[in-house]
Design a protein around this ligand. Sequence first.
Ligand code: ZN
Length: 172
Amino acid sequence: MSNINQQSILELVYYPQSENKLRQQSQEIERFDASVNKLSSAMLETMEEHQGIGLAAPQVGVLNRLFVMKIPEFEHLPKVFVNPKIIEKTDELMEFEEGCLSIPEYRAKISRPKFVKIDAFDAKGKPFEVDLEGVPAICAQHEIDHLNGILFIDYLSRLKRMRLKKKMLKEL
Ligand code: ZN
């Protein structure tokens, strides 16, 4: 059993070593075959292995518009989002200390809209719409950013970001 689990743990793409991979624009998934289901299950396992609450396909080297999310206390929400689109968001912002599995051991407070409505497909290609509020809304926006090559550190000041990158490069 544990053997099977280990086989589906995917390798993560890290910043800053593989920044170019994290900066790509991901493509929509057009065919909902078994590979979509397989990828999302493996991503959920990989995310849990690393104790994350969200993971986007580019973070495992796949440039497709798919992310997974599983947050304690919000497990009733969908866990797989394919071709997600934010169709509504409110002006009200929420500040949250974000982290990213691709940028280990770094956290920073970022402000984003507190409510979003998302339109997406599940792993089998069934469309759904979901209203997210608070941490799930923040997490989904962070993951959708990944699909557009945007990292949460892009919301920091340029100076802060440069300092961080320099420090991380030094520690490699
Ligand atoms: Zn991230």
